[in-house]
Design a protein around this ligand. Structure first.
Ligand code: ZN
Length: 103
């Protein structure tokens, strides 16, 4: 699926965690893609704050995935990612290569 197109459509539903303005015209950059997992960098046009959004496309094969099968991205999740990034020191690549843990 066109994950970037999907995010572009949805971006206007969310606000920048820093300046609280709409992310409708934010800059989107896909950093990583492994199976159903996507990592996208979002950069606010207004204050230039950049943060990562981690997405998992549900429902099996990509070709069968539709936006309705994805969990909505909540502003809280964006905020949490922002907090994690703010406290993180080191290269971005190190952050992306960290194994994710699920409890
Ligand atoms: Zn902003």
């Amino acid at each position: 699926m066109d994950i970037m197109g999907f995010l572009r459509q949805r971006a206007g539903d969310f606000r920048c965690p820093v300046c609280r303005r709409s992310l409708a015209d934010c800059e989107l950059r896909q950093l990583a893609h492994q199976g159903p997992h996507y990592t996208v960098q979002v950069t606010c046009r207004h204050c230039s704050m950049a943060f990562l959004v981690a997405l998992e496309v549900q429902g099996g094969a990509e070709a069968e995935a539709t936006p309705s099968q994805m969990d909505p991205i909540s502003p809280d999740e964006l905020l949490e990612l922002h907090r994690q990034l703010r406290d993180f020191e080191g290269p971005l690549t190190e952050l992306l290569e960290r194994p994710s843990r699920r409890d």
